[in-house]
Write a protein of this length. Structure first.
Length: 327
């Protein structure tokens, strides 16, 4: 194996009947989807063959594929979120089914914990899915919320990958200067990570594999502050939780930081065994070749990130499927 990109996106492939049955969804003249009145995503988001071509150019074996945040539609009420979630998951399988190098993740609506659990139970044994994806921050319930505990127990029992991708930041101050992405995304990721750490979720579910994108957001520069909060018994901090420096080393993160020094800090914070490749294909804030993010490090580290850590993040069953795909 030459490597796996664990952070790539595609839009679901929805047929006309499915689109007609969904509230707020329309097909555009150029074959894209309009969600709640806004066309979603660049054209390449709908072209799976172009992602496969990018993998070949970069010498990579495979990519895990998830729907990007515009498709989360977290403001939908549960009665509309349920059919939309099922359509997303059927659609991402349809988008990737002719391309065995593309490994889909099932979407779980974490803003509706009961629905997220029901959807995971529905797709749990679907062999196409190598893991699941949910929104970090955004409109999601707190990841420390007791309502999500049954879902965490199942993901832990299955040793399943959970990719947390930041949802839209609920802060109007970030509307200017593209700050919803440039600042909001790493902050929302950090909110989710903090909930996992201070809720002791990671320590209680050690077999669940959690992957943070964008190099873990702000976590590498905040974990020392979190540890200080525990050491000084700040209000609301449970003294019995796993120390933050230990807890974050349970997390996987991709290398998409756009700064070699931040990649090095992430390696020190999360552990060299927890960094993976992530391109964020096909978005402009991503990388054409995710391996350039670790090009400043030695070859052994780059291979560990691209292959060994990636297969560890995917878990045994998904890794077995990957071996079949790339053989």
């Amino acid at each position: 194996m030459a490597g796996i990109d664990l952070h790539a996106h595609l839009a679901p492939a929805l047929d006309g009947a499915t689109i007609a049955a969904l509230d707020g969804v329309e097909a555009t003249a150029d074959g894209r989807l309009a969600l709640d009145g806004e066309t979603s995503g660049p054209p390449n988001l709908y072209r799976a063959e172009r992602l496969v071509a990018a993998l070949s150019r970069n010498g990579l074996d495979a990519a895990t594929v998830s729907v990007p945040p515009p498709f989360f539609r977290q403001r939908l009420p549960a009665r509309l979120a349920a059919p939309w979630t099922q359509a997303l998951n059927a659609g991402i399988i349809a988008r990737t089914m002719e391309h065995p190098r593309l490994l889909p993740l099932a979407y779980l609506p974490l803003e509706h914990p009961a629905l997220a659990l029901a959807e995971y139970e529905r797709v749990r044994d679907e062999p196409a899915f190598v893991g699941v994806v949910g929104s970090a921050g955004g409109a999601s319930a707190s990841l420390a919320d007791a309502e999500l505990a049954p879902l965490w127990r199942l993901l832990d029992a299955d040793g399943r990958l959970l990719l947390l991708h930041p949802g839209n930041a609920p802060d109007p101050r970030l509307d200017a200067f593209y700050l919803g992405n440039l600042l909001g995304n790493p902050v929302e990721t950090s909110v989710a990570a903090a909930q996992l750490v201070f809720g002791n979720v990671l320590a209680r579910h050690p077999r669940m594999r959690v992957l943070l994108v964008h190099c873990g957001g702000c976590v590498p520069v905040l974990v020392g502050r979190w540890a200080r909060g525990l050491a000084t018994a700040r209000p609301g901090v449970d003294a019995a939780i796993e120390p933050p420096h230990d807890a974050v080393r349970r997390l996987f993160v991709d290398c998409l930081a756009h700064d070699p020094a931040v990649v090095d800090l992430a390696a020190a914070t999360f552990g060299e065994d927890k960094l993976v490749l992530g391109s964020d294909w096909p978005f402009p804030m991503g990388l054409d070749d995710p391996r350039t993010a670790v090009a400043h490090r030695e070859a052994a580290f780059a291979r560990r990130v691209a292959v060994d850590n990636a297969t560890a993040a995917l878990g045994r069953l998904a890794s077995m499927q990957l071996q079949i795909t790339t053989s």
